[in-house]
Design a protein around this ligand. Structure first.
Ligand code: SAM
Length: 274
């Protein structure tokens, strides 16, 4: 007789005949010790309202539900319906939203999330985090498993090779830290990439749309100077105006975007009235 796996992800995969979809980043958590690591990093408390992005087979969802006031679980893949509901149905404080986190109206979630906790799908990890910073103003803490490069990019300091638009935009609102490496063996199937746990703690509202557009334009052509990259990106200011503003900010006129600290972009947007 073949015995049933005890670990819930493995059991549900077997019971509901789930074949993980790599395109959707379906690397399910199969090591329950990691749940405790996430729980401590997220400082879970009974009043928390948590958004979990990518519910999968529900192992993290049920762990969160037992420790918090409410959990919103967003999952795009309706093939997982039976398996995910097997985990969440017994918890009255869970709402499951069958939606794409990149297009759904996050601001409409009620009660409003105060934390984001997730084992994120690789394809949308950075975009999903930035979207929640922008749309969920009451979120104060994020704890997420992401591909190592994504975590390092979000936490990168100005001047480093990994620093880019996501770093500046995330750091304008949050203190961002890579908390620890996560071994590949905690996932099934085992991913082809390394993962880390990233933590972000809010210290300010999200950057304005003008600043976000400026940052995007500044990094759009990384090999060009910042002024040139902005002009190429269609910003409605002349190259000379931008160069003068950069000098006033204390940078060389031909500086590249990666030398500017996140706050510099806010100042630059103000000086250029963007
Ligand atoms: N939380 C589960 C766990 O830890 O085992 C699953 C994590 S798995 C890495 C990522 C989950 O995100 C998958 O279930 C996948 O179907 C879902 N997903 C992928 N893209 C998504 C999207 N755009 N919006 C919502 N969920 C998505």
């Amino acid at each position: 007789m073949v015995s049933e796996p005890v670990q819930p992800s493995l059991r549900r995969m077997r019971q509901f005949a789930i074949r993980p979809d790599r395109d959707l980043g379906q690397n399910f958590l199969i090591d329950s010790n990691i749940l405790g690591v996430i729980e401590r990093a997220a400082e879970l408390a009974p009043h928390d309202v948590v958004l979990e992005i990518g519910g999968g087979l529900g192992v993290l969802s049920e762990h969160l539900a037992a420790r918090t006031r409410h959990v919103h679980v967003v999952e795009i893949d309706e093939r997982l319906r039976e398996a995910l509901l097997d985990a969440t149905d017994r918890h009255a404080n869970v709402s499951v939203h069958w939606a794409d986190v990149m297009t759904m109206d996050l601001a409409a979630l009620s009660p409003a999330p105060t934390k984001v906790v997730a084992n994120l799908p690789y394809g949308v990890a950075a975009g999903a985090l930035l979207r929640t910073i922008e749309q969920l103003g009451e979120v104060e803490l994020w704890v997420a498993m992401v591909q190592r490069e994504v975590g390092e990019r979000l936490a990168a300091s100005a001047g480093s090779a990994a620093y880019g638009a996501p770093s500046a935009i995330a750091q304008l609102a949050c203190d961002v830290r890579v908390l620890r490496a996560i071994p590949r063996g905690v996932f099934h199937p085992v991913p082809n990439v390394d993962s880390v746990l990233v933590g972000m703690r809010r210290r300010a509202p999200a950057a304005s749309a003008g600043v976000r557009a400026l940052v995007g334009g500044a990094f759009a052509h990384r090999r060009k100077t910042l002024a040139r990259s902005l002009v190429l990106s269609g910003v409605q200011r002349s190259r000379e105006e931008i160069r003068e503003a950069l000098v006033e900010l204390g940078h060389p006129a031909d500086v590249r975007a990666e030398r500017l600290a996140p706050r510099d972009f806010v100042e630059l947007a103000r000086m250029l009235a963007l």
